[in-house]
Design a protein around this ligand. Structure first.
Ligand SMILES: Nc1nc2c(c(=O)[nH]1)N[C@H]1C(S)=C(S)[C@@H](COP(=O)(O)OP(=O)(O)OC[C@H]3O[C@@H](n4cnc5c(=O)[nH]c(N)nc54)[C@H](O)[C@@H]3O)O[C@H]1N2
Ligand SMILES: Nc1nc2c(c(=O)[nH]1)N[C@H]1C(S)=C(S)[C@@H](COP(=O)(O)OP(=O)(O)OC[C@H]3O[C@@H](n4cnc5c(=O)[nH]c(N)nc54)[C@H](O)[C@@H]3O)O[C@H]1N2
Ligand SMILES: [Mo]
Length: 764
């Protein structure tokens, strides 16, 4: 695990393989899942099965025998734990005491079993009835200006629940519907909409069967969407080439051992995934992509001169795009010195990557948080689109731009109306369907909501899942301001920190998990979600609920809404709760193009594709064409380099799902037993006068005069570009200023945070 020569930590097996089987077994041991869990895993991501609660990657029409990965299995076992967090537990611990617990220990208490109300006199949560909870929440909401309430969603709840949640917000009177997407792929939604007119990816699974090259930018497939390794492995075996740009050599994108292939498990066989792996600097992608574009433009010139042939798709550029000449002039005018300095990559290495792109008739671009979570994140995506448009690699079989989304229904929640942007929602149709006048002004996204909480203007927060206080930036100030809220309501499955930083009136409402049977007036209900490739899937939970007191997310949203809103004959909360097919009818009515025959198509193998104009080369942009653009910055971070200043990337381990820490084994990076580490290049360690194993702190260096600090981090040598350091999310969130975000979408810039190293206060 530790390299004898350079002392860096690394993982010495392929991703997948026995390590992933061990990972699942360890989670199973910890969670002691309820009977039926194995059967649930067998049904995972299959038609009429249940759709994984982990990542949003597409589900094939012909699934594998076990269509789940290590982390999908962990997520299911986490939901089906036999541990219970009961009223007796809460009676034994004050909220102040629980606030001192580690996040891991809170979630380890297991599933919440009863609706709970915060009692200030005893500083504890006490059990209450659903009816009392709904009535009290309704009373509170009725007493305040709707504009001072926020309804957050964390990307997991079904299309049915999400549609009702957004409808409830609008009937109540606001568009304050931030979503985890605001911290995640909102950059993608904003940037792609501008340049190709569609906010989501253009690929479907079949494209992966025929593409010739796949370029990965800042996405850690092995940890965060391991099922995607299967199509990648197949593509590599067919001879497709994979090129990766990532400051860290992430194991899954280097090589893969298929845990579902007996041959690979029993032999040393593994698939080399990346043909070329370039360790770009954090924030260096605009420069790297500009370098690729320069190479492609130079190759065009030579091929045209020597062979009278084109490298570029000149017909596509002429017919379908706008802004080519300006983009070309900019790339040509950018010097190689600038590109090499800003990307940290050599002209030759970029040439090798460009050659793969030039030679590939069909190429797919994929990306994740490494592009989106930067101050110029939108420009990262626009630059990538420039490169992809050059060869007409959008809207053609085997090509496309494919962001890899996070939460299992985060894309779908936006599709059915969870959006703070009224222009993205068919408000006129909603007005007609439900006989009301929807609010038309822009609502609060995550960052704007944070500002309003800080300024004390916000009165109520409802969380449909998630762990807002842990996921957002600026933790210390936010936690302090949070307690000034009048009302906090958290709809959740397991206890987390956000439940303990509560408002004056606070409710904790436990819901069914997706793997559990959801029985309503008309029987067992199915729910639906949308994956990363815009396919909609039905999901049926079969497991016995963790407690008889749980309600479905749909029923909880309807319960609060009914208690808050005046009666309206067109708004039928009880009927909808009794039969989710009726909610799907409403969704179909609001979005007829995408959801026609919704109920009939719920269980289409592989899901049904809801359509994407850019895939058909219809560009819903301002110009009506696909848009080349000129970057205004060469680096996507929002500050200048300075001596002693580092670019901090906040990372996920292989043993967590966002703020849920499954355990302390980031086996793909060879980091075991702790998350309190800072990963550094060995030369940076030496230059800073530090030694491996030393415990230090990080302080924010954003220059706004606010002191931000995290201490107790062990210096760990790691193969990273100079000047870039890595440490774990969510522990590092106190270091991120609330104002430090993508310029266009306001997605927090969690992958390029300015910090300095300091001696650890605890040891000095
Ligand atoms: N097991 C598991 N699965 C998950 C999640 C989880 O926490 N655990 N979270 C889910 C969610 S909500 C999401 S959004 C996705 C997140 O999945 P990803 O998009 O993979 O997000 P991260 O792991 O945060 O970081 C991605 C990669 O970006 C690289 N990177 C950092 N900075 C840069 C840069 O400037 N340029 C480039 N090119 N690369 C950079 C990092 O080294 C890292 O490998 O995963 C989803 N799936
Ligand atoms: N520094 C830094 N910050 C980041 C990121 C980063 O890379 N770096 N990533 C950002 C990203 S991409 C995202 S998406 C956000 C994530 O932010 P969130 O989506 O808010 O956080 P999660 O950790 O996914 O939420 C976990 C909680 O959801 C609840 N839960 C789980 N399953 C269910 C369910 O079925 N129903 C309900 N109602 N509740 C459930 C449980 O109580 C659990 O504790 O964090 C963002 N913050
Ligand atoms: Mo995410």
């Amino acid at each position: 695990m530790i390299d004898e020569q350079d002392g860096t930590v690394h993982y010495d097996g392929a991703e997948g393989g026995w390590g992933s089987v061990r990972g699942i077994a360890e989670t199973a041991w910890r969670e002691r899942p309820t009977p039926g869990a194995l059967d649930t895993l067998r049904r995972q991501n299959k038609v009429k099965g249940f759709m994984c609660v982990s990542c949003a990657w597409g589900k094939p029409a012909k699934p594998h025998a076990f269509e789940f990965c290590e982390n999908g299995a962990k997520a299911t076992l986490w939901e089906l734990t036999s541990h219970r967090c009961t009223p007796e537990f809460f009676a034994g611990h004050t909220v102040s005491e629980l606030r001192t617990w580690k996040d891991y220990d809170l979630e380890q208490q297991g599933r919440l079993t009863h609706p709970m109300r915060y009692e200030a006199s005893s500083d504890t949560y006490v059990a209450c009835s659903w009816e009392d909870a709904f009535a009290a929440i309704g009373r509170e909401l009725k007493a305040i200006d709707p504009g001072s309430a926020v309804f957050y969603a964390s990307g997991r709840a079904s299309l049915e629940t999400s549609y009702l949640y957004a409808l409830f917000a609008r009937l109540y009177g606001h568009n304050n519907l931030p979503d985890s997407s605001n911290m995640c792929h909102e950059t993608t939604s904003v940037a792609l909409k501008k340049v190709i007119g569609s906010p989501v990816g253009t690929c479907v699974l079949d494209d992966f069967d025929v593409c010739d090259a796949i370029f990965f930018f800042g996405q850690n497939t092995g940890s965060n969407s391991p099922r995607l390794l299967h199509p990648l492995q197949k593509a590599v075996e067919r001879g497709a080439k994979i090129v990766t740009f990532n400051p860290i050599r992430e194991e899954g994108l280097e090589e893969f051992k298929n845990p579902q292939s007996p041959l690979e498990m029993l032999t040393t066989k593994k698939t080399e995934i990346s043909t070329l792996y370039l360790q770009v600097k954090a924030g260096g992608d605009i420069a790297a992509i500009t370098g690729l574009i320069k190479h492609v433009l130079a190759a065009e010139e030579i091929r045209w001169r020597d062979e009278n042939q084109h490298v570029l798709d000149v017909d596509f550029i002429a017919q379908h795009t706008d802004g080519f000449a300006e983009m070309k002039a900019h790339a040509e005018a950018t010097s190689w010195d600038d590109i090499e300095r800003e990307s940290g990559l050599s002209r030759e290495d970029l040439g090798e990557a460009a050659q793969i792109y030039i030679e590939a008739p069909r190429a797919i671009a994929m990306f994740g948080m490494g592009l989106t979570q930067h101050v110029h994140g939108s420009q990262n995506i626009a630059a990538l689109t420039n490169l992809w448009l050059l060869k007409g690699n959008v809207g053609r079989e085997g090509t496309g731009i494919s962001p890899v989304r996070g939460h299992s229904n985060v894309q779908g929640q936006r599709t059915v109306g969870i959006s703070e942007k009224p222009e993205l929602v068919p408000l006129d149709r909603l007005a007609e369907q439900f006989g009301f006048d929807p609010p038309r002004d822009e609502g609060l996204n995550t960052i704007k909501a944070c500002h309003k909480i800080l300024s004390g203007e916000l009165k109520a927060f409802i969380g449909l899942g998630g762990n807002f206080i842990r996921a957002i930036p600026e933790r210390e100030r936010m936690e302090e301001a949070w307690t000034r809220l009048r009302l906090t309501v958290q709809i959740a499955t397991r206890l987390n920190r956000s439940h303990l930083v509560n408002g004056e009136v606070a409710y904790l409402l436990p819901c069914l998990g997706r793997s559990e049977e959801d029985v309503q007036a008309t029987g067992s209900q199915a729910v639906t979600m949308e994956d990363s490739i815009s396919c909609i899937h039905g999901s049926l939970g079969k497991n016995t609920p963790a407690s008889e007191h749980l309600r479905s997310e749909t029923a909880i949203v309807a319960g609060i809404a009914k208690a808050t809103l005046p009666a309206n004959p067109k708004v039928r909360w009880d009927e909808w709760t009794g039969d989710y097919a009726k909610i799907r009818d409403c969704i179909e009515k609001t979005y007829p193009e995408q959801f026609h025959d919704f109920n009939r198509r719920v269980f289409t193998p592989g899901g049904f594709h809801r359509g994407n104009p850019a895939r058909g080369r219809i560009w819903k942009t301002e110009s009506g064409r696909a848009q080349f653009s000129v970057p205004t910055a060469m680096r996507s971070i929002g500050f200048e380099d300075a001596p002693g200043r580092f670019r901090l990337m906040t990372l996920r381990s292989n043993d967590q799902f966002n703020t849920t820490i499954y355990g302390y084994s980031d086996r793909l990076r060879g980091i075991e037993g702790t998350r309190d580490v800072v990963l550094m290049n060995p030369e940076d360690i030496a230059e800073a006068g530090l030694v491996q194993g030393q415990v230090i702190g990080l302080v924010g260096d954003a220059g706004d005069g606010v002191h931000r600090e995290v201490s107790g981090l062990t210096v760990t040598p790691f193969l990273l570009p100079r000047g870039c350091i890595g440490a774990y999310y969510p522990e590092m969130n106190p270091l991120i200023p609330v104002w430090y975000h993508d310029e266009q979408s306001r997605t927090p810039a969690s992958k390029g945070v300015p910090v300095r190293l300091v001696a650890n206060p605890r040891t000095t």
